[in-house]
Design a protein around this ligand. Structure first.
Ligand code: APR
Length: 239
């Protein structure tokens, strides 16, 4: 089985990665649902919904400021770098649920941030959008128009930007191999991407120390961390 998948990998014209918080765990950024996950010690309904933000923007911004500090000091790990290296051997597109920018920092050239980006902000009223790379001293931060700024991320209960989601589906529908790394696959619509790929006869490879709800759909499930397994995946192309 592994030999046939290695052959498919080496012959692949396009590899799509679907990544989640687990790929950044070895960069020191906590996951959401793992044993030390953020949703284990924080109430998602108070921190990651539009209602929570409207009810208490200061609390939500305090949490995001803390996450920004963590992200700005984080560096890409061997998993991120392996994905970048694969661009030497195949077309690679990264569909990430992460907002930490570590794929881009590692040099990946085509990254779709399905859930937004922690550096991006936008006004809650006017159409101002911007990027900032330091924590905010005064929170909640205000726009020049006087209204509150918000992180440009997708909160629970909000939809993904339609053009971005349609583009993600096009990539899922047109890859030979989809590698699903570091995600529990419990959040939609990102967790439907492997289904699109499978419908187009792509090989599904899962990299996760734990089983997920979609493990049984995978052609290969590698019970390992991404910083260990992804460099090994690259070595297949060097044989
Ligand atoms: N390498 C690979 N996978 C890992 C590692 C690691 N070092 N450490 C943990 N994992 C796995 C966990 O076993 C888990 O299956 O990564 C997965 C992380 O799952 P979640 O914490 O649920 O994160 P994610 O799937 O990215 O969540 C999706 O939910 O809260 C929202 O918007 C948020 O984008 C996020 C979305």
């Amino acid at each position: 089985m592994f030999e046939s998948i290695s052959k498919r990998l080496r012959e692949s014209r396009k590899i799509v990665f679907v990544t989640g918080a687990g790929i950044s765990q070895e960069s020191g950024i906590p996951t959401f649902r793992g044993k030390d996950g953020l949703w284990r010690s924080n109430d998602v309904m108070k921190l990651a919904t539009i209602d929570a933000f409207n009810d208490n923007p200061k609390l939500v911004w305090e949490w995001y400021n803390e996450r920004r500090k963590n992200v700005f000091s984080a560096e890409p790990n061997l998993g991120h770098k392996a994905i970048t290296e694969l661009e030497k051997y195949s077309k690679v597109v990264v569909l990430t649920q992460n907002i930490d920018g570590l794929h881009q920092k590692a040099g990946s050239s085509q990254v779709l941030e399905l859930h937004g980006s922690i550096v991006k902000i936008k006004c809650t009223v006017c159409n101002y959008k911007g990027e900032t790379f330091t924590e905010f001293l005064d929170i909640p931060p205000l726009c020049a128009c006087g209204n509150i700024l918000r992180p440009e991320v997708v909160w629970f209960g909000e939809g993904l930007p339609q053009d971005l989601w349609q583009e993600a589906i096009v990539h899922a529908n047109s890859c030979d191999v989809m590698v699903i790394a570091g995600t529990s696959l419990v959040v939609s619509p990102a967790n439907t991407l492997p289904i699109y790929a499978k419908q187009n006869n792509a090989i599904l490879v899962e990299i996760n120390p734990d089983e997920t709800i979609m493990t049984s759909n995978m052609d290969l499930s590698i019970r390992s961390t991404s910083a260990i397994a992804l460099p090994e995946l690259v070595s297949i192309f060097k044989q």
